[in-house]
Design a protein around this ligand. Structure first.
Ligand SMILES: [Zn+2]
Length: 478
């Protein structure tokens, strides 16, 4: 075993979707286009102001820490992190250092070809900075983002490939959307990834390189892949890796050196004197958002429904779809009692038709369009032979387009198998087509087909042709 093994850790910065900023009542509005609109003396660092902690941000942070199965510190401490940059008006950022909100979590990431436990080292709350906009040889500063609540989540260097990094990052974004604590939109800069990468033999860590400020999961994967290859090449040639911070150029798909790190920057952290320690009280615990994480859901779905990974992944990609699957499954199973048949029907029409249609029509799927109860009944009608597969698909499409609800469609399209009703229709057609009847009785088979056609037309295709033939023959043989 003389191969170099990549060891990768992630640092994630996530902006929270609270109504207001972390320490003042300015709006936290990432959509605001007017520069420096949502600002006040607190978030622009004027002398003599005092920060007041936004409890909603703490509730969101606590909810995420819980979902990541972390140990929560009942009492954590805010600290000042000192550095100078134009977008940081106080010359320090309020963050957490020695005692963060939470530590030591763990999640199970799975994909088709691997399963991996990833340990989460820490999660802390801090304030975001303003943003610099550079024009040629001058810069402008917009403080709208200054003081927006930000979470920093740091993992242990447990990833050994860019595929593992990608899987975790993708699932992390999904978790944030399940929780609803942020849109985690890469475009709006609400999530930023940093990866530190080193290659070493066996358990040893090599020289660490950081790649900073990556917004998209795909870019993160690309950057990590490139860095692993670059390290391998250098190490195999016997060259040294320089400890440095690198950037990633999305367009050229390359990483490039930003600055080498001779020593750790000294931020002169000290406890924030203007804020008391953060105590997790009952209100925070009660208002916390509790969800089943995508990781737990996949493990449970695998066991309960015996799903293959691909199916499992598709169903858990959105919280509502997962919920829809379970609701309709349980209702249909109640009716037809057969586990395998229920599974076959629900998965077939949910994955191939419903999800396909949602993607094709680009709609925001919700219960008002198709309720799991309606979906289960639609499939039940199909299972009972009352409607065809074609009708199931048509009904779903019409319902998703908001044209008609499923119950109406089924009623309209239900097959007519009631002999009395059919005989009534047959009588009417026979009466109105005496010429065809006479021709048939003279031995013209074509006239019989013509009559069958007329009856099918009357029933709008909702009757079984074999049954119609039988009934018509009976009628005409008299
Ligand atoms: Zn403010």
């Amino acid at each position: 075993m003389n191969e170099f093994i990549p060891k990768i850790g992630l640092e994630i910065h996530l902006e929270l979707s609270t109504k207001t900023k972390l320490f003042c009542s300015c709006l936290n509005d990432p959509e605001e286009t007017e520069a420096n609109k949502n600002i006040c003396p607190v978030c622009t660092g004027q002398p003599g102001v005092l920060p007041v902690l936004n409890k909603q941000a703490v509730i969101y942070a606590y909810s995420l820490a819980k979902a990541l199965k972390m140990k929560i510190n009942e009492k954590s401490v805010f600290a000042r992190k000192h550095y100078f940059y134009p977008d940081l008006p106080k010359n320090y950022q309020i963050s957490q250092y020695e005692i963060p909100l939470a530590q030591n979590g763990e999640v199970d990431v799975m994909r088709e070809n691997f399963r991996k436990k990833i340990r989460i080292r820490r999660l802390h709350i801090e304030e975001d900075t303003g943003s610099n906009i550079h024009y040629g040889n001058y810069s402008l500063i917009n403080f709208n983002r200054s003081g927006v609540p930000l979470l920093e989540i740091v993992t242990e260097p447990d990833f050994n490939s860019s595929e593992e990094v990608e899987a975790f990052a993708e699932d992390f974004v999904l978790l944030i959307r399940y929780l609803g604590i942020s849109e985690a939109s890469a475009e709006k800069g609400q999530i930023r990834f940093e990866a530190n990468i080193s290659l070493g033999k066996g358990k040893e860590l090599g020289t660490k390189v950081e790649i900073k400020n990556i917004a998209k999961v795909q870019s993160l994967k690309n950057a990590v892949t490139i860095e692993i290859e670059r390290h391998k090449e250098l190490l195999e040639k016997g060259e040294k890796i320089i400890q440095e911070t690198r950037g990633y150029d999305e367009i050229k798909n390359i990483t490039f050196s930003q600055r080498t790190k001779e020593e750790e920057q000294d931020y002169r952290y000290f406890p924030e004197p203007d804020l008391p320690p953060l105590v997790i009280d009952n209100e925070i615990k009660e208002k916390a958002i509790e969800i089943e994480t995508p990781w737990d859901k996949r493990l449970r779905f695998e066991k309960e429904y015996q799903l293959d990974f691909r199916t499992n992944y598709l169903l858990t990609r959105e919280k509502f779809i997962a919920h829809f699957f379970e609701e309709s499954f349980s209702e249909l199973r109640e009716m037809i009692k057969d586990f395998e048949m229920t599974k076959k029907l629900v998965l077939n029409y949910l994955i191939n038709d419903l999800i396909g249609l949602i993607e094709k029509l680009k709609i925001n799927f919700n219960e008002k369009l198709v309720h799991p109860h309606e979906f289960a009944h639609l499939l039940f009608n199909f299972h009972q032979g009352k409607i065809s597969s074609k009708i199931v698909k048509e009904a779903l499409e019409m319902a998703l387009k908001g044209e008609k609800n499923i119950e109406e469609i089924v009623k309209e399209k239900e097959k007519i198998s009631d002999v009395e009703i059919l005989n009534e229709i047959i009588n009417k057609v026979v009466e109105n087509n005496q010429k065809a009847v006479e021709d048939y009785l003279k031995g013209h088979q074509k006239s019989f087909e013509f009559l069958v056609g007329q009856i099918m037309k009357e029933t709008k295709g909702r009757a079984d042709p074999t049954l119609i033939r039988e009934l018509l023959k009976d009628k005409l043989s008299v």
